[in-house]
Design a protein around this ligand. Structure first.
Ligand code: SF4
Length: 378
């Protein structure tokens, strides 16, 4: 089917998330194109959850272009509290024709917003000058998406995406220019690329090309995206079809959205162990914009990390959720958590929603140990 670009004017370009994402720490996201020529079979954007109004089978041939993306961004960013903006796969082939991503990066730079990028396309190298400047005036982190180093896996699941070697070279180039880089090892394919040796290969090669962070995630399955992904398994790894169906609890033609948490936790533990051995991080450190609420966000990061550690340990869900909700409350808290602690002690911390006595004590200890109460007026 031929490639169609449909231009339209969008009413809003920035999505403001209700919650900060604890993987990428983004509060905002924006994208100039809907649909992607790379057409990866597993692409979560083919699921109905994110883009319910598009035809998932035409996701790679019918690209919608927000022709006023740059002017909208220029208007919207100055009105928002400065926090991390996420952009993912902006540099797809549509960019060669429209050039909106580069202009949007210029607007991000003008407004001093921190930026996290997840990208498959080496076209990002074109914008290295802007990324360096964004890093100087605020913060930038680039995650290159790589699911596996096995060319057969790449050919099967993402036949039209840019080559793995080119992605690694791009990562090395960005790192050589002082841009912090990592790998989004997503999705990891069950029983295909989730064994220890394959994971270690990617992590080691990524580290040798400059990566300091590896974020690994499992595959989600939904609607047409799930059907297409399973078709790839049927064609290239037919002996794994039953195992995949079992893992995603396939029932009446539909899978569960995610594998069971035992599977996800096992993968997370394995990646954590390998990352420690290879000297890279398995979590992206949070960038916090300086200001009166900076320590709230740092403490929220601490609680999110605790929640993740409990996920890996397969702790009871109520314990994980306790940390998560406390972290969200801290992000929303309008005052300065250090001042609250200095003025009212542990009891004061308990006045923040979802922070009970145990978490308040933990927060107090963390603030003391991290130097958070130094320099605060009493
Ligand atoms: S490159 Fe990214 S956005 Fe494009 S199809 Fe692949 S996963 Fe989806």
């Amino acid at each position: 089917m031929g490639l169609v670009f449909e231009e339209y004017r969008t009413r809003r370009i920035v999505n403001v998330h209700k919650r900060v994402d604890p993987w990428f720490w983004d509060r905002y996201s924006a994208t100039p194109y809907v649909g992607c020529r790379s057409g990866c079979e597993f692409c979560y954007l083919r699921g109905q959850r994110y883009l319910p109004s598009i035809d998932p089978d035409r996701f790679d041939t019918h690209i919608r272009v927000k022709i006023n993306a740059v002017e909208r961004l220029r208007r919207e960013l100055p009105r928002l509290e400065k926090d991390t903006l996420y952009c993912g796969d902006w540099q797809q082939p549509a960019e060669t024709r429209y050039g909106l991503s580069r202009q949007m990066l210029e607007v991000v730079l003008e407004n001093g917003f921190p930026l996290v990028i997840i990208e498959r396309s080496p076209l990002l190298e074109r914008d290295v000058d802007l990324l360096v400047d964004i890093g100087r005036t605020s913060w930038v982190f680039v995650l290159i998406s790589i699911s596996s180093l096995d060319p057969q896996v790449k050919r099967a699941f993402e036949p039209r995406s840019p080559g793995l070697r080119r992605r690694l070279k791009m990562m090395e180039h960005l790192a050589s220019r002082g841009i912090p880089v990592g790998v989004a090892l997503m999705p990891v394919f069950p029983y295909i690329s989730d064994d220890k040796a394959s994971l270690r290969d990617v992590i080691r090669v990524a580290r040798d090309h400059g990566a300091s962070v590896i974020l690994a995630g499992t595959l989600s399955m939904e609607g047409v995206q799930a059907q297409r992904t399973l078709r790839v398994v049927q064609r290239y790894w037919p002996h794994l079809e039953t195992a995949w169906r079992d893992l995603y609890r396939w029932h009446q033609g539909k899978p569960a959205y995610a594998p069971p948490r035992t599977h996800t936790a096992r993968l997370g533990r394995m990646v954590r162990e390998i990352c420690q051995e290879e000297g890279v991080k398995d979590r992206l450190p949070r960038y916090v914009v300086p200001g009166p609420r900076a320590w709230n966000k740092k403490l929220a990061e601490h609680f999110h990390l605790r929640a993740y550690a409990l996920e890996l340990a397969e702790a009871p869900p109520h314990r994980i959720w306790a940390y998560r909700k406390a972290a969200w409350s801290l992000d929303d808290y309008p005052g300065d958590v250090r001042q609250l602690y200095r003025d009212q002690g542990v009891r004061g911390l308990q006045s923040i929603p979802h922070i009970g006595v145990k978490l308040a004590r933990e927060a107090a200890n963390w603030l003391e140990e991290s130097g958070g109460v130094k320099g605060i007026e009493s």
